[in-house]
Design a protein around this ligand. Structure first.
Ligand SMILES: [Zn+2]
Length: 85
């Protein structure tokens, strides 16, 4: 019997925030991105093996790796700013 399995990476934008980028120094939109690594069988993603978070600058494209707590803090900050507008 033949099994075809592997892993795939799926990116998902969790929120858009706006602050000064530490790389280019410009106040620009930043996207908080979650990358999920999934185990797939016959090219169908089945199980999530892990998640990583990063913030990506729209101006320079630099990506900064975030911990899960930092990503959740960024999401809370984005939600708070959305309510204030
Ligand atoms: Zn930047």
């Amino acid at each position: 019997m033949l099994f075809i399995f592997g892993s795939t990476h799926r990116d998902r934008v969790l929120a858009d925030v706006h602050f000064v980028c530490e790389h280019c120094g410009v106040a620009a939109p930043q996207q908080i991105i979650e990358t999920a690594t999934k185990l797939s069988l016959f090219f169908v993603p089945l199980v999530t093996l892990g998640r990583k978070h990063a913030v990506v600058c729209a101006n320079c494209g630099a990506a900064t790796v975030l911990t899960r707590d930092q990503a959740e803090h960024g999401l809370q900050w984005a939600e708070r700013n959305r309510r204030m507008v």
